[in-house]
Design a protein around this ligand. Structure first.
Ligand SMILES: CC/C=C\C/C=C\C/C=C\C/C=C\CC/C=C/C(=O)SCCNC(=O)CCNC(=O)[C@H](O)C(C)(C)COP(=O)(O)OP(=O)(O)OC[C@H]1O[C@@H](n2cnc3c(N)ncnc32)[C@H](O)[C@@H]1OP(=O)(O)O
Ligand SMILES: Cc1cc2nc3c(=O)[nH]c(=O)nc-3n(C[C@H](O)[C@H](O)[C@H](O)COP(=O)(O)OP(=O)(O)OC[C@H]3O[C@@H](n4cnc5c(N)ncnc54)[C@H](O)[C@@H]3O)c2cc1C
Length: 615
């Protein structure tokens, strides 16, 4: 759509005091990545079939899925071409090769996300070399998903009921769903798209349960796509978001797979049924760990989208004068609006940096594990748990804050803020629910507080526990170092409080698990504080309003530096040109309810009532 850039935005960009491109290169981890990202964006933007102009809100549940699948397989074909063309394309904003531009294509989620983000990555991480050679062919017919959660169990995965029983007479595993609560429920792409899946099931050999293991199972015929015998599969229905993905359900009726379909990099079942244990019994949980790590970067990217939309709109929207005898002001001039939005820009940068640090930490620890050293795994797990929990809670809260800061127009689907919120808030639940993961980190904190309380040696990362006990903390200084020291004191204090409550519950005769449950609110609080979150930064930094004023002239420049294309933002409020009202009117004209001057419902339902006895 043509037309002049909004005058207020032009002025805002003139006010900017830093080099926007330089910040974009920092966000992309280098200018060469910016160039590569733009190449990919342009390449995919030129595929016309991907950019329909029928808003998905006007499609049926079925049409929305079919439209998304059409696009997903165009993208998959392109990715295969690019990869086979040896162009290693990595979008450093989400170091998972999840291409930022996909948000624009699907406006919701790519139905192949779990195929790309969990199915392949789990095979690459947990299948043996021979299995990878067989299953990871670039032109494979397998379209997979990751099938763990059941109707009856999501958080407590040791309670998963699906069984995989070894039959030595035929050298097979028998996958079985013993009851309704054991039906797999939720996996992305399972309902209609996937023809294969990685199933998390309880392994049984000669009546002994060896716990959860991962098995590759084909569930549909590669050629006809019909479910195989013994497979009951379908789609779970509409959700709050993610409605371009067919999350599904799956039941096995004594479905047989070869023994060699158990992922056997870290653990083996030999032909005679011998079970060869893994070096660490949580290696099977590795895909959850990796996804939690990747989610931090993705959430940072969702924040950058919401901030871009809300800040640009706030620079364009004029509402209410500050002095009655003056013109209406840009709402971005209201300090309360700056308070709502600038923390979102900051949080996007914080979680992008943390996400990249965690991504590199995961690579380092994975290399150690490959060498047989499991020592760093517990800390990586504890960090991934609290960081995924806090980043998803912060991101969903801040995206909603951005939506609310845009008034009624933020409530329009055409603003794209509702979809970004629906997408982001799901991350508080999936891949490990918020409270459940915070309690995992609490286990780790309590373990080291116990050592500190017993004056035993502590790893360097927990030296501050000892400082706290010896009251070595300095007076709070209003500087970054002072704030970090303050946080350490808060975490130590919260951990001590939870630990003391735990000890008190035990002294009162409670068993450990009950004592833990009774202290769980304090335990989650300690975990939350082990991660600096948005509210804490505001609360701690005096001169806060002065800092908002410092940011104000650069606010639009800061979001322009995220360099998110209009086609990806998909937002009437956030487009680069700021022509909000023209875009809103253009989107409204697409509503099917504007096709007829008088909708047929008038004659069918309204007129017989309103004109009764009047003709
Ligand atoms: C797909 C993403 C791709 C790319 C990302 C990019 C963008 C993202 C965008 C969209 C993503 C889209 C869709 C998301 C798809 C969602 C998929 C899913 O949700 S898959 C299912 C996820 N399910 C879970 O996460 C379940 C949560 N529950 C658990 O993890 C476990 O039940 C729990 C850890 C809570 C407990 O396990 P349990 O076996 O009971 O252990 P216990 O608590 O007794 O602890 C024992 C011991 O083990 C340690 N430990 C536990 N887990 C791990 C681990 N993963 N790694 C290492 N160590 C672990 C634990 O600390 C404890 O140690 P100590 O005894 O304390 O020493
Ligand atoms: C959009 C989306 C996509 C998903 N994709 C997949 C997928 O591809 N593959 C897959 O396998 N799964 C997937 N899931 C499922 C997801 O992993 C589960 O929903 C998640 O693990 C939570 O489990 P649950 O829903 O059974 O909730 P539950 O485990 O029943 O928890 C419900 C509530 O109980 C409380 N609670 C539970 N346990 C504890 C505890 N120990 N202590 C304190 N409180 C507790 C918490 O408040 C929690 O919110 C997806 C889910 C969503 C929403």
């Amino acid at each position: 759509m043509g037309g002049r850039v909004n005058e207020d935005l032009i002025k805002e960009r003139r006010k900017c005091t830093f080099d926007i491109k330089e910040l974009t290169h920092i966000i992309d981890c280098g200018e060469e990545n910016t160039i590569k990202r733009k190449q990919i964006d342009n390449y995919i933007l030129n595929i016309k079939e991907l950019w329909d102009d029928v808003p998905e809100e006007y499609l049926s549940h079925k049409e929305r899925y079919e439209n998304a699948i059409k696009k997903a397989f165009i993208v998959l074909k392109v990715l295969r071409q690019l990869h086979t063309g040896n162009i290693q394309i990595t979008d450093h904003r989400t170091p998972t090769n999840v291409y930022s531009i996909q948000d624009g294509i699907f406006r919701n989620v790519n139905p192949l996300l779990i195929h790309i983000g969990l199915f392949w990555s789990t095979i690459a991480a947990q299948a043996s070399t021979e299995q990878q050679a067989e299953w990871l062919q670039p032109d494979s017919s397998m379209i997979g998903t990751y099938v763990q959660t059941e109707l009856g169990h999501g958080s407590f995965i040791r309670g998963i009921e699906t069984t995989a029983t070894y039959d030595s007479t035929t050298d097979e595993f028998i996958l079985h769903t013993p009851r309704l609560s054991a039906y797999k429920w939720w996996p992305g792409g399972l309902g209609n798209t996937a023809n294969a899946c990685l199933v998390m099931a309880q392994l049984y050999i000669n009546g002994t349960c060896h716990g959860l293991h991962i098995f590759l199972a084909q569930i549909r015929d590669f050629d006809t796509h019909k479910p195989l015998p013994g497979i009951k599969v379908g789609e779970i229905g509409p959700k709050m978001g993610f409605n371009t993905a067919d999350n599904g359900f799956l039941g096995f009726d004594n479905h047989r797979i070869p023994r060699t379909n158990m992922l056997m990099k870290n653990v083996q079942v030999l032909r005679d049924g011998t079970y060869v244990k893994p070096k660490h019994d949580k290696l099977t949980y590795g895909s959850m760990l990796l996804t939690r790590v990747t989610l931090i970067s993705d959430l940072a990217y969702q924040l950058s989208k919401a901030a871009t939309i809300a800040v640009r709109y706030s620079a364009v929207r004029r509402q209410s004068p500050i002095k009655s005898n003056e013109p209406e002001r840009q709402i971005l001039d209201f300090v309360s609006q700056q308070h709502k939005l600038f923390i979102t820009i900051a949080s996007s940068h914080v979680y992008r940096v943390v996400g990249l640090w965690m991504w590199n930490s995961h690579k380092r620890v994975t290399a150690d594990i490959h060498e047989g050293n499991m020592g760093q795994l517990p800390e990586l797990h504890a960090l991934a748990c609290c960081l995924k929990a806090i980043s998803s809670r912060d991101a969903s809260a801040l995206v909603e804050q951005c939506r609310l800061a845009c008034g009624g127009h933020g409530y329009m689907m055409a603003s794209n803020l509702p979809q970004i919120y629906a997408y982001t808030t799901a991350a508080v639940t999936y891949e490990g629910e918020y409270t459940v993961l915070l309690l995992q980190t609490a286990r780790y904190l309590v373990k080291f507080w116990r050592l500190a309380a017993e004056h035993k040696p502590l790893p360097q990362n927990f030296a501050y526990f000892e400082d706290y006990i010896k009251k070595n903390f300095e007076q709070w200084r209003n500087s970054p170092e002072g704030i970090i020291e303050g946080f350490k004191a808060i975490v130590a204090g919260k951990t001590k409080a939870a630990y003391d409550t735990l000890q008190c519950n035990l002294r009162n005769g409670r068993e450990f698990e009950e004592a833990w449950n009774m202290a769980s609110v304090q335990l989650t609080n300690a975990s939350e504080y082990s991660t600096i979150s948005r509210n804490d930064i505001e609360a701690l930094q005096s001169r806060y309003e002065e800092l908002l004023a410092l940011i104000r002239p650069n606010a639009v420049g800061l979001v322009d530096a995220f360099d998110i294309r209009d086609e990806v933002l998909c937002s009437t409020l956030g487009a680069y040109d700021g022509r909000v009202y023209e875009r809103m009117m253009e989107e409204a004209s697409k509503s099917p309810l504007n096709e007829d001057v008088v909708n047929e419902s008038f004659h069918k339902y309204i007129r017989p009532v309103t004109m009764k006895n009047k003709l």
